[in-house]
Write a protein that binds this ligand. Structure first.
Ligand code: SDX
Length: 439
């Protein structure tokens, strides 16, 4: 995050002319480094008295960003220009965190310094533990995460002045470092086991595994294949342009809310089954299908709008080709199951469901492919996590994307509070009537 580096300005390459209600608006068209141009509609209302209308923002860019680029038609995903396939194979999650935050891969000194800083922020204030005991043991871990992450702003007053770049950096390091600790605490609380403290001698992901699965009664041995697989899964989930939860974090941050509260808003949004909650929903769907012979009835339901059923882990707002993360996830799935000598019949169901869906005209025509959530549940279950923890793991990984996007927004001189308008279709003005004169 180079504070002196102003937000990128898309070059104005042409103009779009719109004539409406007898009024004209000449709108600049801006080009980025790659990807679609944007029509800057900032002056449309002033010139024509009309708003744009785009529910779900299917054709709307809400910011300029240098962090992540997606080409949905090619199935391409770049973090700061580096292809996700190469990062998943050659990098590690902490190095990806540095790259997303600072713009380039770190050199050895930068990497070691960043890794040590994150390591030393993994503990939480001891009083944080009291928040957990207020929840029922069967509380969904995402409910716990929404509450406890927001509560961090009650502990770190020295890193909530959002206008101080140093405080933004401390808050950034704290939230990236503490999310695994708090996620592990949510899991331990749900199974009635004692919290396990972080260990500074372990790498980020191994530390998370031991905080989740170690018990005080015996040493915990890290399985390097599991640690490597989970680290790669964190990399796959780290950022994804202006998805729903990232846009939520940006909107919350645009009002000047502190970073911990903004991340809590991202966690809340990610929980939805249409978004990050899909990994939990996808595994539940595979369990409900249960066997390969029941797939046709579910595919039939997915094609019948009136059923209200959708294939969870399929389809994407941006990817109209195979989600590149799903390919890496599938390979990781095979690697983990083979290493653990673990056969999961749900993998057979998932593979057959994918084969059938990808050869069905309905899915081909609508360009519905498996997304990052389709195979992740099978891998995470094989790693020992309960289904209820799947979206929590997603939130641990996505925290770096959220906070990197939040920082970019905070450093953007053009940023202002987000305040969309609407197309009003309600009643026109009418007088109040006393209750004894109403029908
Ligand atoms: C994530 O935005 C991101 O980048 C998100 C994410 C990230 O990293 O942050 O990638 C993570 O959220 C991945 C998506 C996880 N969600 C699911 O797997 C839930 C199932 N998928 C869908 O609900 C849906 O595909 C969405 C929500 C992912 C995308 O929805 P869109 O872009 O709004 O598309 P749509 O709902 O308008 O669907 C287009 C058509 C519709 O039919 P028509 O109205 O054109 O006739 O495709 C159909 C839909 O009915 N359709 C599906 C389907 N997904 C879309 N039909 C059956 N099964 C599905 N899964």
């Amino acid at each position: 995050m180079n504070a002196q580096d102003p937000a990128p300005k898309g070059d104005v390459t042409k103009t779009a002319n719109i004539v409406l209600n007898g009024k004209q608006s000449m709108m600049p068209v801006r080009s980025g480094s790659i990807g679609p141009d944007v029509v800057d509609v900032g002056r449309l209302y002033r010139d024509t008295g009309c708003f744009t209308y785009d529910p779900g923002f299917t054709s709307t860019a809400n910011c300029m960003s240098k962090i992540t680029y997606i080409d949905g038609d090619k199935g391409q995903l770049l973090y700061r220009g580096y292809p996700i396939e190469q990062l998943a194979e050659k990098s590690n999650f902490v190095e990806v965190c540095y790259t997303l935050l600072h713009g380039d891969l770190p050199n050895k000194v930068q990497y070691d310094d960043f890794r040590n800083t994150i390591t030393r922020h993994t503990m939480v204030h001891e009083q944080m533990t009291r928040f957990y005991t207020g929840f029922r043991r069967d509380a969904h871990p995402m409910a716990i995460m929404c509450g406890t992450v927001g509560a961090l702003s009650a502990f770190y007053h020295d890193s909530t002045d959002i206008n101080d770049p140093k405080q933004r950096m401390i808050a950034t390091h704290r939230i990236i470092a503490k999310m695994p600790t708090m996620a592990a605490m949510a899991y331990k609380y749900s199974i009635g086991q004692p919290f396990i403290y972080p260990r500074n001698d372990l790498d980020y992901t191994s530390n998370f595994l031991q905080m989740c699965f170690a018990v005080p009664c015996e040493p915990y041995v890290i399985n390097p294949v599991m640690a490597r697989a989970l680290d790669r899964i964190f990399t796959l989930h780290a950022d994804h342009e202006q998805n729903a939860s990232t846009s939520t974090v940006r909107l919350a941050g645009s009002s000047g809310a502190n970073p911990f509260a903004c991340i809590a808003s991202g966690i809340a949004c990610l929980w939805g089954p249409a978004h990050g909650g899909a990994n939990e929903a996808a595994l539940k769907m595979l369990e409900e299908i249960g066997s390969v012979d029941r797939i046709p009835e579910y595919v039939k339901m997915a094609k019948d709008k009136s059923s209200g059923f959708r294939l969870m882990g399929f389809g994407h707002r941006v990817y109209k080709n195979y989600d590149p993360r799903a390919k890496v996830m599938q390979a990781t799935c095979n690697e983990v199951l083979a290493n653990l000598n673990h056969r999961d019949p749900l993998l057979d169901v998932a593979r057959e469901l994918e084969r059938i869906a990808l050869s069905d005209d309905y899915f081909i025509e609508k360009k519905l492919y498996p997304n990052v959530d389709f195979y992740s549940g099978i891998v995470l279950r094989a790693l020992g996590f309960p289904t209820s923890m799947f979206t929590v793991l997603f939130s641990v990984a996505r925290t770096v994307g959220w906070i990197a996007q939040w920082n970019e927004m905070m450093e953007d001189p053009e940023q202002k509070i987000g305040r969309p308008r609407q197309l009003y279709v309600g009643p026109k003005e009418r007088p109040y009537t006393m209750i004894d004169r109403r029908a």
